[in-house]
Write a protein that binds this ligand. Structure first.
Ligand code: FES
Length: 115
């Protein structure tokens, strides 16, 4: 299975892009981030309260541009590993999504994570 999720050029200036799928009444989101030259993807669900991390479209990084920020209760996650480094779910991790980069295309390597 491989599906093109987006192009690297689709990521915003901070290097993030939310991907949304609607399947009937079910809505699922994941996001792609580019950090230190590598591309990572995670299910858009915070391990603290299982809420989407972002309040605004494609905004996932904190003001330093180093950590992924949960807008709900300010948990911060290492962008490369998805591990929470501060906040109410410290030690827990975002759920990674298997992707690959093929040229400019970000390709999904697993079924879309519908939660
Ligand atoms: S839901 Fe993310 S820190 Fe609470």
């Amino acid at each position: 299975m491989s599906e093109i999720l987006c192009r690297l050029a689709d990521l915003n200036a901070n290097g993030a892009k939310e991907i949304v799928r609607q399947d009937g009444n079910r809505r699922a989101t994941m996001f792609v981030v580019r950090y230190e030259g590598r591309t990572h993807a995670y299910v858009n669900s915070c391990p603290h309260a299982r809420l989407p991390l972002n309040w605004n479209d494609d905004v996932f990084f904190d003001s330093t541009g180093r950590y992924i920020l949960c807008a709900n209760h300010s948990a911060r996650f290492d962008a490369a590993s998805g591990q929470c480094v501060s906040g109410p779910c410290k030690g827990l991790s975002l759920t990674p999504v298997e992707i690959a980069v093929d040229g400019d295309a970000v390709v999904l390597r697993q079924p879309f994570p519908m939660s």
